[in-house]
Each structure stands twice: as C-alpha cells, then as structure tokens.
Design a protein around this ligand. Structure first.
Ligand code: 4NP
Length: 171
C-alpha cells in the first residue's frame, strides 16, 4: 500500500519543501520506506510539495531554509512547482502549512469533494501549540530554525497517524 502526501505552502521554497524532506528523513529513520527487506509496515509513504503561488516555480529551496535544515542533518532537494486541481486526485493527504494556504487550496475545490483530504499540518503537532507553520521568508535565521523544529514535531505526529490509519488511493 502506498500513501501519497503533498505538503503545500505559498512559494514552495521554504516550509513545504522542508516538510517533504523532513518527512522523507523520518521515514528513512523509521525504515518505513522500501529497504532491502521491503517496507517495514507493508506500507510505503511517498512525499511531494507544491506552492499555492507561482512566483518561484522551478527554483531550488531558499538558501536560508537549506542552511537551517542542514544543521539537523537534513538535505533539502527539489524544485518549486505550483499546486493545481489535479493534485486532489494524485494525493491521499494534502497538508497546508497555514490557514491561508488551506483556504487557497479549498478554493480550487468549489464542490468540496476533496475537502476531507486537505488538512492543516499543525493539527498533527504533539508538542507545539501553533495553528500555522509561520512564514519565515521576511524574518531572521531563527524563524527558519523554528520552522524545522515545528515541522519535526508535526511530521512525527503525521507519520504516527498514517501508520495507525493507513489510507491510499490504490493498493
Ligand atoms: P514558503 O515561503 O511559502 O514557505 O515557501 C515564502 C516564499 C516566498 C514568498 C513568501 C513566502 N514570497 O513572497 O516570495
């Protein structure tokens, strides 16, 4: 079984690529991904990310974000792309980094048929009380480090949730 996760922020160069790469890092750590002996839970998790805006399409993750992630031993890879309505069919969970992203995603689903798969990332936090992953773009370096700490918490919670309640588009 494969569960497909799409992390979504505004630009797809700071928060959502961090979430994608942190999740892959945790999956590797937990050996949920395909290893020599196959998936540990008979369950594969595939991650991607996108932005609601098109400003940075094709760009690598922001250098400040990359530096903050590297301090935790996590490499940020990928290129920015824009979220589109086909993503509703391609993914099992669509994780919005903040409430504005959540509204912008749902605006592309006017009939509400995919509403249940769109979730706020911070709903999976276990330690942090935040509702939004704060946009670090116009702030200092501490904001980028905060994003990594918060996302590590949310990704751990999300991974536990997926392991306990597996869903997938197809086997
Ligand atoms: P992200 O951060 O949504 O976490 O990728 C931002 C990136 C770019 C801009 C804003 C937020 N921008 O205004 O260009």
């Amino acid at each position: 079984m494969t569960t497909r996760l799409l992390f979504v922020c505004l630009g797809n160069i700071c928060r959502s690529p961090s979430a994608e790469n942190i999740m892959n890092h945790l999956i590797e750590q937990r050996q949920l991904s395909d290893g020599p002996e196959g998936p540990a839970f008979g369950h594969r998790v595939v991650c991607d990310s996108a932005g609601t805006a098109s400003y940075h399409v094709g760009s690598a993750p922001d250098r400040r974000m990359t530096q903050a992630a590297k301090a935790y031993g996590i490499d940020l890879v990928g290129r920015a792309r824009q979220f589109d309505a086909f993503d509703f069919d391609r993914f099992d969970y669509i994780l919005a980094m903040d409430r504005q992203n959540y509204r912008d995603i749902l605006a592309l689903d006017p009939a509400g048929q995919h509403r249940d798969k769109v979730r706020l990332m911070c709903d999976f936090c276990r330690t942090y009380p935040d509702k939004d992953v704060p946009d670090p773009y116009y702030g200092g370096p501490e904001g980028f480090t905060y994003v990594i700490d918060l996302l590590l918490d949310a990704c751990e919670g999300l991974l536990d949730h997926i392991s306990a309640h597996p869903v997938a588009l197809s086997p």
